[in-house]
Design a protein. Sequence first.
Length: 192
Amino acid sequence: MKPSWSAPLPIAASPEVDDPWRFDALGCVRSRDTVTLDALPRARYRSALEIGGGIGGLTEKLQARCEALLSVDVSPRDQARAIHRCRHLPHVRFQLMSVPDDYPGATFDLTLLSERACYWSPLELQRAQQRILEHLEPGGHLLLVHWTGQTRDMRLNGHDVHDAFHRLTRRGLRHLRGEMEGTYRLDVFERL
């Protein structure tokens, strides 16, 4: 039986709680991370961008497949935890950034977008798509993984996000792989 992932409820919205969503404690998140890494078409990437790195759980695992990894997030608290978690990894860098308003100036052969796009408006998603395409090298991979449920603070669900990227297969992306597992969806694309 394949593992499925469902979004946990936060235990508190207070500064005293390092991991209010309990990502580190949840076996389902660890299983989802394994499926995510297994979906990568290449064993190694030269330069990867992780949008929405959060507390660094997936960052710490993804780094083993990357010569250089830049993890960006909007939360100073989450990013501080990720920096601490990955402090022994000199090829991993962190930057506070609000995609799509901000975007790194470099190009990447891997971009991973996990969970954050559900909080964007449809217009912000379109802007993010444009920026991702502009900075994803030809032959580079885009991996999306999102929960498919809905909460009050989410403007889009995982299906909305993934369907929007599927529409880009007419404009520079080729779909390589997709799967829906329980309550999450994963898609891998290649830049043409």
